[in-house]
Design a binder for this molecule. Structure first.
Ligand code: ZN
Length: 255
């Protein structure tokens, strides 16, 4: 991780404070957690020095949106109509991914504009879904409404009622909402989207194995692209440049 934090289900995943991810009973009630004044290697889930100062970390709205969607879908009743509707609506997504709430930006947009989905929800689900929709439209895009704090408070209340577990991203909205305005300028969702799509491609190519070679490969793809642009070729970006892994597979087939 960019912050040199341990991966997996860590006790202190937040880089700004000591939010205890395992202390579920306090998640939606306690907003103030002791601040991290330094990031010390070897302590509190920090495995190495961060590459970037915490004050310079950007929190891309797309990631927050994906995170909110994930927690919401995970809390939906899997035995009911709403889950069957999602399976039917997104045939390319596996049941496991839907169950885990793994959707991308375009899929979330599709669902947000689909009023039939709302009809499949019941009890506390519609309120949570509608508040998610409001937060996406009024806070996570480039337009931020005056009443965003209210919208966020509604969302958190409705998520809690629905039984959504608090993830790191939900915690950010709960405890560090002030961190956002300083961090956000005009943001092109396309950038975040492209990174997400590229990573999906890479993941497929490397068969789900995340390693240094894959990251290096990705960085080279970006570097090649920026060199192309500097040379003013304005070539359309080809996300399927032959990767090191493809090359390795190709060579092993030839030999
Ligand atoms: Zn925190």
């Amino acid at each position: 991780m960019i912050l040199g934090q341990q991966s997996g289900f860590t006790k202190f995943p937040c880089f700004l404070c000591f939010w205890d991810s395992r202390d579920r009973s306090n998640h939606y009630t306690k907003t103030e957690w002791p601040a991290r004044d330094s990031i010390q290697t070897g302590f509190h889930n920090v495995i190495c020095e961060p590459l970037v100062e915490p004050s310079k970390i950007l929190l891309p709205p797309l990631r927050i949106k994906l995170g909110l969607m994930k927690q919401l879908v995970k809390a939906l009743d899997k035995e009911r109509q709403c889950f069957a509707y999602l399976v039917k609506k997104f045939p390319a997504l596996s049941r496991a991914k839907i169950k885990e709430g793994v959707f991308d930006g375009p899929q979330i947009r599709t669902l947000l504009s689909d009023n039939l989905f709302l009809d499949t929800l019941n009890k506390n689900e519609p309120a949570a879904w509608l508040s998610f929709k409001k937060v996406v439209e009024n806070f996570l895009g480039n337009h931020k409404s005056e009443n965003y704090r209210e919208l966020m408070a509604d969302l958190l209340r409705n998520y809690e009622k629905l039984g959504c577990l608090m993830s790191n991203k939900v915690h950010f909205l709960h405890s560090h909402l002030d961190y956002f305005p300083l961090n956000r300028g005009d943001y092109s969702e396309e950038q975040g989207e492209r990174f997400h799509q590229d990573m999906k491609g890479m993941e497929k190519r490397y068969r789900g194995v995340w390693n240094i070679i894959m990251m290096a490969d990705y960085c080279w793809t970006l570097k090649r692209e920026s060199t192309d642009n500097n040379n003013d070729k304005k070539r359309k970006r080809n996300p399927l440049h032959r990767s090191l892994e493809d090359e390795r597979v190709r060579k092993s087939r030839l030999s």
